[in-house]
Design a protein around this ligand. Structure first.
Ligand SMILES: [Zn+2]
Length: 283
């Protein structure tokens, strides 16, 4: 099984995790810029973090044979802190960098007017830089947050096929399914979404525009839950090609829209890649 984790915060993880992920078949991942738990107080804290996402972390991943890309943004939570607003001004220079394959995580945390403004500004940046957008949906008041997210996406004028709406569940998936946006699911050890519930959603909604991630970060999480989802799919009667579509070809297709996905090294290492044009992300 080859795995592309489309949303995982490796900055928070150890080399043990990288070793276990490589052994489990993870060959590529995308690390979205997010909230570090401790509030940042100035723009320099963000640029140092962004530099690590485009420099140090890809090097660390490469030591385990894993290709690392990232998404860059001012996250929804810190959009509320006026000390962080200046970050918007430094984003354009990061959005030009090779390893950056989307604008994200953007969206809502508490659905404040400040978040509205920063979300819309960053969707506009995605359009300007011809990049997809990775959108975080709030953990509280999820249904309303998802509806409002889809409204803002529509108003922005971005092609919904270039937007992934993440952290969905049974309550919110139906709202996104008809929007044309991609549907992201974060599988957690004990909250939000499990591998078995994910399989039930795939049985109901199909495999098109579906993204499955571990979202592993500094909280209790497990970077192998992508593998566990693949195993649960097989146990439920999906075939190996179905698993490959969800855990590899879908994230490659979504982030490939950036035209910056470079999987040549891991492609060689894995050896058996079918459908080269799409896997190279050139479409
Ligand atoms: Zn995240």
């Amino acid at each position: 099984m080859r795995i592309f984790d489309p949303h995982i915060h490796m900055t928070s993880r150890t080399t043990d995790d990288y070793e276990r992920m490589a052994a489990a078949g993870v060959r590529a991942l995308v690390e979205p810029a997010f909230w570090l738990g401790q509030p940042r107080t100035n723009v320099g804290s963000f640029t140092d973090y962004f530099d690590a996402l485009v420099g140090w972390e890809p090097f660390r991943a490469s030591q385990f044979g894993i290709r690392h890309h990232c998404t860059i943004a001012l996250n929804p939570k810190e959009a509320n802190d006026p000390r962080c607003r200046e970050v918007l001004a430094v984003l354009p220079r990061y959005l030009e960098k090779d390893g950056v394959v989307a604008v994200g995580e953007i969206g809502y945390d508490s659905m404040t007017p400040e978040e509205d403004e920063v979300f819309a500004a960053q969707l506009a940046l995605a359009i300007d830089h011809d990049l997809p957008a990775l959108v975080h949906t709030p953990h509280r008041d999820k249904a309303r947050g998802t509806d409002r997210t889809l409204d803002v996406v529509r108003e922005s004028g971005i092609d919904p096929g270039r937007v992934a709406v993440d952290h969905l569940n049974e309550v919110t998936v139906g709202r996104v399914a008809g929007s044309g946006c991609w549907m992201g699911f974060s599988i957690y050890p004990d909250t939000k979404m499990t591998a078995d519930r994910m399989v039930a959603i795939l049985q109901e909604y199909g495999l098109e525009r579906m993204l499955v991630n571990s979202a592993a970060d500094w909280g209790r999480s497990d970077p192998l839950l992508t593998l566990r989802t693949g195993e649960a799919m097989l146990a439920a009667g999906f075939g190996p090609d179905d698993v490959d579509r969800v855990l590899w070809r879908n994230p490659v297709e979504f982030y490939g829209q950036s035209k910056r996905l470079d999987l040549s090294e891991v492609e060689d290492a894995a050896g058996t890649f079918e459908g080269n044009s799409i896997l190279r992300g050139g479409s």
